[in-house]
Design a protein around this ligand. Structure first.
Ligand code: CIR
Length: 263
């Protein structure tokens, strides 16, 4: 299959972009009450994350830390990358605006570029692509105008789209992600929206909402550590997740998907 056609079918991805966490990453935005994060531990967890991405068959491009943007290692929020186009976002949090400018020259090497423009705001964490359908979360970070702009761009690439009110977590992908073929791992609150009913839905345990931030790529599944009930459920279903500790990112409201752009 042509590489782009494979990707269009939700197929094989070849690259990932990550950014090393800056020493001051604990100054980033957070609503969690999990305590201050530890930089050395974060670096070790980030290195293990990069190794896991390489294990998925991705060539990982690692960018330098950017102390000017303490949330800058959550690169997922700065772009939406499709087989034929990279959309540079306009992050919803004022303190994060500008991160996207540091990603644009990197993505320009791989894709034609489009942009979300003022007054639109959009974080990549609010964008879930499932096959040829794009779900765009309306959240504190992504507004109607940002969603509409992205919708028009993805339509031009042959995708359909719909908006989803974000009812669990910071971003849409805090609460729902692809976990396998036609299968989503999802919080009960998002499942109840009915918007995802055409997929096979696996609900995370109600006490384990953050377990929904799994990363499915090239036929493999990564999940965050600390969510045994959900892990056992996935194992029973034969999905055999690889477990990664992302506790320090979690203290800053981040997780597995936020730490990379994959395409
Ligand atoms: C923020 O609040 O923007 C960061 N501290 C966390 C961003 C997490 N990103 C994501 O879920 N895509």
């Amino acid at each position: 299959m042509r590489r782009s056609a494979e990707a269009e079918a939700g197929g094989r991805l070849t690259r990932a972009i990550v950014r090393l966490p800056a020493e001051n990453f604990g100054l980033g935005l957070t609503t969690s009450r999990l305590g201050p994060p530890d930089h050395a531990k974060m670096l070790a967890q980030h290195a293990a994350y990069v190794r896991a991405l390489e294990g998925l068959g991705l060539e990982v491009l690692t960018l330098e830390p950017q102390p000017k943007f303490p949330d800058g290692h959550f690169v997922e929020d700065t772009a939406v990358v499709l087989p034929g186009l990279a959309v540079i976002t306009r992050p919803g949090a004022p303190s994060r605006r500008g991160e996207e400018e540091t990603i644009e020259p990197v993505l320009r090497r791989f894709r034609p570029i489009a942009r979300i423009r003022e007054p639109g705001t959009l974080d990549g964490g609010d964008v879930l692509v499932v096959g040829r359908r794009v779900f765009i979360g309306l959240s504190e970070r992504t507004n109607d105008e940002g969603a509409r702009q992205l919708g028009r761009l993805v339509e031009g690439e042959g995708y359909s789209w719909t908006t989803v009110p974000v009812v669990s977590g910071l971003h849409l992908k805090s609460g729902v992600n692809v976990a396998g073929e036609n299968t989503l791992l999802i919080t009960r609150r998002l499942a109840e929206s009915g918007l995802f009913r055409s997929y096979h839905l696996i609900e995370v345990a109600p006490s384990e909402e953050a377990a929904a931030n799994v990363l499915c790529c090239n036929g493999r599944l990564l999940m965050p550590a600390g969510f045994d009930r959900t892990r056992e459920k996935l194992e029973r279903l034969g999905l055999s997740p690889e477990v990664l500790d992302v506790s320090e990112a979690g203290k800053m409201d981040g997780g597995l998907t936020c730490l990379s752009l994959r395409f």
